[in-house]
Design a protein around this ligand. Structure first.
Ligand SMILES: Nc1ncnc2c1ncn2[C@@H]1O[C@H](COP(=O)(O)OP(=O)(O)OP(=O)(O)O)[C@@H](O)[C@H]1O
Length: 251
């Protein structure tokens, strides 16, 4: 079953247009969302979640129309867009207390379990947590209301390689039972080599490709020079983005 389906999503800003973005994510999968700075990743995620008003497009989650059943969809998803910078002085248990009121399906046992697994102390204040601990706390909140779809905007940025690796292992464990899926945007393509099942690549507001990782990598190998070995995700992106740049300079 598709946990997420985005069809024909468009959004125009004065100097940028998100054009007819479509992709879908099945159960039990981790999808990496890549594209260079300003390509439209955050605009896609925000438009998809109704945080900015899209001009057109249809979104369904768990087989239901997002606009018609936004409440149901939001109860079943966890969103981590940016940090929790404005609650810096608050203790985690205070934020948790407020959060759980929004979720009738809140599972205190699950919350305690994930706080224990992630080694988080709810008596700490946000300002006392490292970047990695903050992401883990937001994940713990999402998982405590049984989110089946996790949408994360650059969750690993700012984390050291050890914390990143730990978080990616957590992602893999979370989707292992085949019930949850994770969509996360990132610039760290090596993270995706490690844990992504699917890759969606956006360029200048348009989806270039959305597919399983192997198919994705295979489909761009034609960019390889005769003496080059198999191109990595990073090399593919650099070649794709640099092509235009080189052409512009040739003019
Ligand atoms: N509220 C807004 N008003 C006008 N333009 C906007 C707005 N939000 C984003 N944009 C523009 O939309 C484009 C895409 O931005 P977006 O944040 O979606 O890119 P991104 O792929 O997430 O980039 P990054 O990797 O740097 O986070 C940029 O040119 C940006 O200036």
């Amino acid at each position: 079953m598709e946990l997420l389906k985005v069809e024909g999503l468009s959004k125009s800003y004065p100097a940028f247009t998100l054009k007819n973005v479509s992709f879908s994510l099945k159960e039990g999968r981790i999808m990496g969302f890549i594209g260079k700075n300003g390509a439209g990743k955050s605009t896609t995620l925000k438009s998809m979640l109704g945080m900015v008003h899209p001009d057109s497009g249809a979104i369904s989650m768990f087989g239901r129309d997002f606009r018609e059943e936004e409440g149901y969809c939001k109860q079943n998803m966890g969103i981590v867009l940016g940090g929790i910078d404005f609650y810096m002085k608050k203790k985690l248990k205070v934020i948790t207390g407020v959060t759980k009121k929004f979720y009738p399906g809140w599972d205190e046992g699950n919350y305690e379990k994930y706080m224990r697994i992630f080694e988080l102390d709810e008596n700490k204040r946000v300002e006392e947590l490292s970047a990695g601990m903050r992401v883990k706390y937001l994940l713990a909140l999402a998982l405590s209301h049984h989110a089946r779809l996790l949408v994360l905007d650059e969750p690993t940025s700012g984390l050291d390689p050890v914390s990143r690796d730990e978080l990616l292992t957590i992602f893999e464990k979370l989707v292992k039972d085949g019930k949850r899926s994770i969509l996360f945007s990132t610039h760290i393509t090596s993270d995706l080599e490690k844990c992504a099942d699917d890759i969606t690549y956006i360029k200048d507001g348009e989806i270039v490709k959305c597919s399983g990782k192997k198919e994705f990598l295979d489909s761009f190998q034609s960019l390889r020079e005769p003496d080059e070995k198999e191109l990595s995700l990073e090399e593919i992106m650099v070649k794709m983005e640099r092509k235009n740049y080189d052409e512009e300079f040739a003019l």
